[in-house]
Design a binder for this molecule. Structure first.
Ligand code: HEM
Length: 125
């Protein structure tokens, strides 16, 4: 846990859990995202919990279990178009609201995830 991290400021594991729950609830019913995600999102949500914990300055849970994040490479099997990037970010924006993440952390989180999401695009429309 990095002192002063976003992870710590928003309330740690409990806050990450709320974000991930609210996020995959939306991903699972989003018409633009359904085609590339598995039907059962349990395992996807579990890995995302590990990743976001680490990404926002908590313990390095993702790397302990899965090794180097290599997020772009892990996404290459999926066609990530600008439309899907927008859909992903829309789900995340709503999830941050539902999880009651307050500013300035909410904006900071969304900006960091927007940069990563841009980096994940690998297919034109
Ligand atoms: C895995 C889609 C952006 C983090 C996945 C999977 C899909 C996907 C289809 C595989 C799910 C599975 O088989 O369980 C997308 C789309 C994005 C996006 C459409 C739009 C830009 C991001 C971003 C992050 C992220 C911005 C992190 C900030 C992850 C993680 C996994 C994952 C941690 C699990 C990787 C693993 O350990 O195998 N994503 N993703 N994704 N995604 Fe994304």
């Amino acid at each position: 846990n990095r002192p002063g991290s976003i992870y710590e400021a928003i309330g740690g594991a409990d806050a990450i859990h709320r974000i991930v729950q609210a996020f995959y609830k939306r991903v699972g019913v989003h018409p633009k995202l359904i085609p590339i995600f598995p039907e059962d999102l349990t395992e996807t949500a579990r890995k995302q919990t590990l990743f976001l914990t680490q990404f926002f300055g908590g313990p390095p849970l993702f790397s302990e279990e899965r090794g180097h994040p290599m997020m772009r490479r892990r996404h290459l099997p999926f066609e990530i178009t600008p439309t899907r990037r927008d859909a992903w970010l829309e789900c995340m924006n709503e999830a941050l609201e539902e999880a009651e993440i307050e500013d300035p952390y909410r904006t900071a989180i969304f900006e960091k995830l927007t940069l990563t999401a841009n980096h994940m695009m690998n297919t034109p429309e």
